[in-house]
Design a protein around this ligand. Structure first.
Ligand SMILES: [Zn+2]
Length: 399
């Protein structure tokens, strides 16, 4: 069972000091695991992080000294790094770095979702700064706003509203491109006016390229993360924990004719290596909150249509994702797909649009089933429901 999907919920359960300490640990872990920029700047950032970390402990509960702090970041569990060690938290099993300093898939995710200082970090920092400027450009992030928390709902709302302003056709086309083609050539993106104006695509992150090349995950088509190994090979892996488990994992080996990709998982098909030059990609947060749920939205549409349901995908701007009816029946489903477990985000979304969203069905992937109780807390007292994809398909089949 993945512990990663519940991070947003688990982080919200922390107190302010614990969250401050987590933020310092996340940025420090990013600085430790990156080779970007100057070594002295990274060392300075690490010391700053330790300073913030110590302050979050207060006087009665002394924080670990700098060498211990760094040692614990390597292979230590997140919960063990925080003041008053939170018990029974989903963070308990989570690591930021492994013992060799290789980032876990949790690290970038927490940096985006829960870090006030993530934009300073090497690697994902550039993605976060891009996201902030995009949100600011569409009026979703006031100049002076604290950057504590960017939730999936906020980002989706901002992006879809901005696309919608360009008209329904441009909206559908832009949203479809962000789902089906999270990496585009610069020429392709320039042909899509709405996407160009939104500035959704940006240069491929240094953390997801090697030797001027990148490779797409066969499952989501986004750039896989590239980690250099000491022996000169490069590990490529989709940032999505599930895609990686399903086999989106390769090793790139250098040779006289360039790089060769070798599968490390069940997927035997080897993706093509493409040049970084001339390509642009969605930043991490847009891939996480637009591409990944979009893949499930499109899949649900196809499966519902195969059951003879009538389905409209992305029917009314950003209100919800699928409108489903059955021929000759009065029952309808208004579905909003969520691929992350964030009860607070659901609650916020319901608060912002109480009228539109009355009997909305939030649908989560089957692997989030164990989070149904916590997600249902987010919609308590409303007419909205939370179902897994399997539950929804069974319900529609019954009619
Ligand atoms: Zn993937």
């Amino acid at each position: 069972m993945s512990v990663l999907v519940a991070t947003a919920a688990a982080v919200q359960e922390l107190d302010a000091d614990q969250r401050g300490a987590l933020d310092a640990c996340v940025v420090a872990a990013l600085a430790l695991s990156s080779s970007e920029g100057e070594a002295t700047a990274r060392a300075r950032l690490l010391m700053e992080c330790h300073g913030r970390y110590v302050r979050s402990f207060g006087v009665s509960d002394p924080a670990p000294q700098y060498p211990v702090f760094v040692k614990r970041l390597l292979g230590g569990r997140v919960a063990d790094l925080l003041p008053r060690r939170p018990k029974e938290s989903a963070l308990g099993e989570l690591q930021l770095l492994d013992e060799n300093g290789v980032p876990s898939s949790a690290l970038n995710r927490i940096a985006v979702e829960a870090s006030e200082h993530g934009h300073q970090a090497p690697g994902i920092g550039a993605d976060i700064r891009h996201l902030h400027s995009l949100l600011r450009a569409v009026g979703m992030l006031p100049e002076s706003a604290g950057l504590t928390r960017i939730c999936g709902e906020t980002v989706q709302h901002a992006v879809f509203r901005a696309l919608h302003a360009a008209g329904f056709e441009a909206y559908t086309r832009g949203r479809e491109a962000m789902v089906c083609t999270p990496v585009l050539s610069r020429r392709e993106v320039s042909r899509n006016v709405a996407l160009t104006e939104l500035g959704a695509y940006t240069a491929i992150s240094p953390t997801r390229q090697f030797g001027g090349l990148w490779a797409a995950c066969p499952l989501c088509r986004w750039t896989m993360r590239a980690t250099y190994r000491l022996n000169g090979t490069v590990d490529l892996e989709c940032e999505d924990e599930r895609h990686s488990t399903l086999g989106a994992r390769y090793r790139a080996e250098p040779g006289t004719d360039g790089w060769t990709l070798i599968p490390r998982g069940e997927l035997r098909a080897v993706p093509e290596l493409r040049p970084v030059e001339g390509h642009v990609a969605l930043p991490y947060a847009l891939w996480l909150w637009v591409t990944l749920p979009g893949l499930l939205e499109v899949e649900l549409r196809d499966r519902l249509v195969a059951m003879e349901a009538e389905v409209r995908l992305w029917p009314f701007g950003d209100a919800y994702d699928l409108h489903v009816t059955l021929p000759g029946r009065s029952r309808k489903w208004r579905i909003d797909v969520k691929t992350w477990a964030d009860p607070y985000g659901l609650a916020q979304q319901l608060r912002e649009n109480p009228d539109e969203l009355g009997d909305l069905c939030f649908v989560v992937p089957e692997h989030l089933r164990t989070y149904l109780p916590v997600l249902r807390r987010g919609v308590q007292g409303t007419a909205a429901r939370v179902l897994t994809e399997t539950d929804l398909l069974a319900e529609v089949r019954k009619g």
